[in-house]
Design a protein around this ligand. Structure first.
Ligand code: NCD
Length: 331
């Protein structure tokens, strides 16, 4: 296992992630990938620890992925999902967290429809000196660190399956296409990919891609960020295309004339991919609106699509995150 020191207590955002931290996550995920490919598929790294999976918002893959990751690390897992109640949110959420704390939870994986909730719980856990560590599994439109890290692991393992590392993405052109405005996945990926030195090209209708996104790149990030209100310039010679779902549930007003119109201008199709680098690969965090942001045949094309790899890699990446923050003191 990797011996690098890990000091971060909570993983809430990638905004201030360092290159060393990215490197450690990639190396650790790579070791766990080997464990998952072996016969036992399990390690005792978190034996006796309790991981509380607190998903206040719907989720299929992220939730199952964290659950399996925690189980592969031999932790005991508590799963929480609220009904549709929206009563006195702040208080209820903190009380829920304190209930899990009282049961002995060591790590809390939190998803919430409102930005900042994982951070509020982290502050409360710190204030109580509880030693509990928090992992943000997606908060509102803010951040989704584990998704961007599994994307980073997927991209780098495509380039070097044995030794995935940040530098492999230097100068690579990565197009992110779709509902960027409502996407926490895009926001986290902008940080990780520009930190890796990639050239990130965002493409969406102007209503779904405000100029303010350009300010998201950290000053010291070696990569570049460009925005386009049409698809072609983003796809031209791209090494990777990350498509994003149109998040209809997060749209309060009409951002696009119609799904058909969107599909015609921004839908990723086999024909449009001809603009990209000949070895181009496609990503999508899921869930997908098949036939809207991407055609069904592309999603399922094993030569082009990394979508199932992303899901598979999610488990190793989340094992790495739980392991690193869970063993922080022992490192
Ligand atoms: C994303 C999310 O929830 O932010 N999905 C995911 O975690 N796999 C993207 C989405 O909902 O479209």
């Amino acid at each position: 296992m990797v011996t690098t020191t890990w000091t971060r207590r909570h993983i809430l955002s990638l905004m201030d992630f360092t290159s060393e931290e990215y490197a450690t996550v990639l190396q650790t995920a790579s070791s766990f990938q080997k464990v998952l490919l072996g016969r036992t598929k399990k390690v005792p790294a978190l034996q006796g620890r309790v991981v509380a999976n607190m998903f206040f918002e719907a989720s299929t893959r992220t939730r199952s992925s964290f659950e399996l990751a925690a189980k592969r690390l031999s932790a005991d897992v508590l799963n929480f999902s609220p009904g549709s109640s929206s009563l006195s949110k702040g208080e209820t959420i903190l009380d829920t967290a304190k209930t899990y704390l009282a049961m002995g939870a060591d790590l809390m994986v939190i998803r919430h429809q409102e930005a900042g909730v994982p951070q509020i719980i982290a502050q409360e856990m710190d204030r109580l000196n509880s030693g509990v560590t928090i992992l943000n599994a997606g908060d509102g439109l803010h951040q989704h660190p584990s998704q961007a890290l599994l994307d980073l692991f997927t991209l780098t393992t495509v380039l070097d399956p044995i030794n995935p590392r940040l530098e492999l993405l230097e100068g690579k052109k990565i197009a992110i296409v779709g509902d960027i405005l409502h996407s926490r996945v895009a926001r986290s990926n902008i940080y990780s990919l520009t930190s890796a030195g990639a050239e990130v090209h965002l493409a969406a209708p102007a209503t779904l891609l405000p100029k303010a996104f350009l300010a998201m790149v950290n000053h010291n990030a070696p990569g570049k960020l460009a925005i386009h209100w049409e698809l072609a310039p983003a796809l031209e010679n791209a090494d990777f295309v990350m498509t994003l779902r149109l998040q209809k549930e997060r749209m309060t007003t009409n951002f696009i004339p119609s799904l058909r119109e969107y599909q015609q201008q921004f839908g990723v199709t086999r024909d449009r991919l001809k603009l990209c680098h000949p070895q181009v690969k496609i990503l999508h965090p899921g869930p997908t609106n098949r036939g809207v942001e991407i055609t069904s045949d592309l999603m399922d094309d094993p030569h082009l699509s990394l979508v199932s790899k992303q899901v598979t890699n999610g488990v190793a990446t989340r094992m790495a995150l739980l392991y690193l923050i869970g063993n922080r003191d022992a490192n």
